[in-house]
Design a protein around this ligand. Sequence first.
Ligand code: ADP
Ligand code: MG
Length: 245
Amino acid sequence: MGTSEVISMSGVNKWYGDFHVLKDINLSVKSGERIVVCGPSGSGKSTLIRCLNRLEEHQEGEINVDGIELTDNIKNIDAVRAEVGMVFQHFNLFPHLSVLDNCTLAPIWVKKTAKAEAEALGMKYLERVRIGEQAHKYPGQLSGGQQQRVAIARALCMTPKIMLFDEPTSALDPEMVKEVLDTMVDLAKEGMTMLCVTHEMGFAKAVADRVIFMDQGEIVEQNEPNAFFDNPQNERTKEFLNQIL
Ligand code: ADP
Ligand code: MG
């Protein structure tokens, strides 16, 4: 694991109208760190990670991603999104584009990569998530697990420094969860900096350097996985773990 800080959140607060969704969040992530974020539905997990690529804006505090301060200055947004890949629960692939075209769209249009080069890169990452042979199909012709692996490859095609995952397996049929988790484990082993919102505790134990528990907009507790699962300190953490384990 590297030692340089790639994400820093300091005193971050966010409201949706008068609903206080993130409360004084302080978080520092080092290059190569793998973080799992868990907590009850509605605790602010998605909002927290969406603030890191500015799909959501915070109102108070500071967020710095790979040296870029996230402010109201709109010029930062493309630079940040080039550094931060995101994978969603519902894949969000473009249904009218082939798998390969899903992968080349952003490199061609955002990074101005030449088409042939973008296609070579797309094939490289599709093969890495073991789906190269599906490159010319459309998303609707693939299983959920395959579509999610395409979504991971598509994010990797922007060669991000950080990957954010928001419950990437929770919309999948049980038999497809493992193939997506295996892909995420591979990425973790390659040293990718990852923030994963997931309740897959096997994944957390296998790859996370740190597990963060959120409740009601706060980071309530964080620890390395064994201590987190075997010896939770906070009552709210204990209650949550009792429900999911
Ligand atoms: P989690 O991912 O932990 O389930 P979210 O970050 O999605 O939590 O949501 C936290 C809370 O904020 C929830 O109560 C949710 O209803 C509310 N919320 C999320 N997005 C919005 C929005 N765009 N406008 C208003 N409230 C929202
Ligand atoms: Mg969520």
